[in-house]
Design a protein around this ligand. Structure first.
Ligand code: ZN
Ligand code: FE
Length: 253
């Protein structure tokens, strides 16, 4: 049994700490803000034993050195981005597995936002930490990969069990919803989801985490092989072209 502690960091990032009561281990998922991670762990009475980086961007690794200095934890992250990840000592590749206490963690390669981007999936807990690969109603910008690569990464996440809880790294949902509804205005699942988001944000509540099931029905970036959406976008029969078109429109939205 693990406990997941989520807290806002920087402008719109979320921080996550995972604690395994049995082993006493505590993992930090990325480190947007080292001081904040240390104080959150302290308040919980936990000591950070490892950092799991999803990708090299500074809003995900910027606190690594501060946390290492205070806790002497080890740092795991993508082998393909190792030169840009401060303090990394365990370099992972897609398909690797690590253990957290007695819990197995599967490492899923989700390149596109960056070339080595990893997601951490805990099958026994039904949770995945996806960094900037997938967002509620959105996905990461393609900085280092191409649309085909990113689409295939998202398919790997979509193939996780429906009830998998997805922890994304940013609260971007409201802006994503405003864009998604322009593409797919008659999708009832999306209409309902947008209303829920509107309500939650007006009360200052978080929209993260989400689930695969929820995203599959409404997130346009996970629906690029849907014939109705393809027709709406004007790219019938081609999932990659649909993805490329949607991503390009969102970049200019
Ligand atoms: Zn990023
Ligand atoms: Fe980010």
């Amino acid at each position: 049994m693990i406990e997941i502690h989520q807290f806002p960091c920087l402008n719109d990032n979320y921080g996550f700490l995972l604690h395994d009561k049995t082993s006493g281990e505590t993992a930090a998922i990325d480190t947007p803000d080292g001081d904040r991670y240390l104080s959150e762990a302290d308040a919980k009475g936990w000591k950070i034993t490892s950092i799991w980086n999803t990708h090299w961007h500074p809003d995900h690794t910027g606190g690594n050195l501060k946390v290492i200095e205070a806790t002497d934890c080890n740092v795991i992250g993508p082998a393909d981005e190792a030169s840009k990840i401060p303090g990394i000592d365990c370099k992972l590749r897609a398909g690797d597995a690590i253990s957290f206490g007695h819990i197995q963690v599967k490492v899923i390669g989700v390149p596109g936002h960056t070339i080595g981007h990893l997601a951490y999936y805990l099958p026994s807990e039904n949770v995945a930490f996806v960094g900037d690969a997938l967002f509620a109603l959105g996905c990461g910008r393609i900085f280092e990969g191409d649309p085909a690569m990113m689409w295939h990464s998202l398919l790997k996440l979509r193939n996780l069990p429906f009830d998998t809880t997805i922890y994304c790294a940013h609260e971007y949902t409201q802006a994503n919803a405003e864009f998604a509804i322009t593409l797919d205005p008659d999708n009832q699942a999306l209409i309902d989801y947008c209303e829920e988001i509107e309500n939650k944000r007006s009360r200052g509540e978080w929209t993260v985490p989400t689930t695969i099931k929820k995203e599959m029905g409404a997130n346009p970036f996970l629906r690029c092989d849907n014939a109705v959406l393809q027709t709406l976008v004007g790219t019938s029969g081609d999932a990659v072209a649909t993805f490329a078109e949607i991503r390009a429109r969102k970049d200019n939205f």
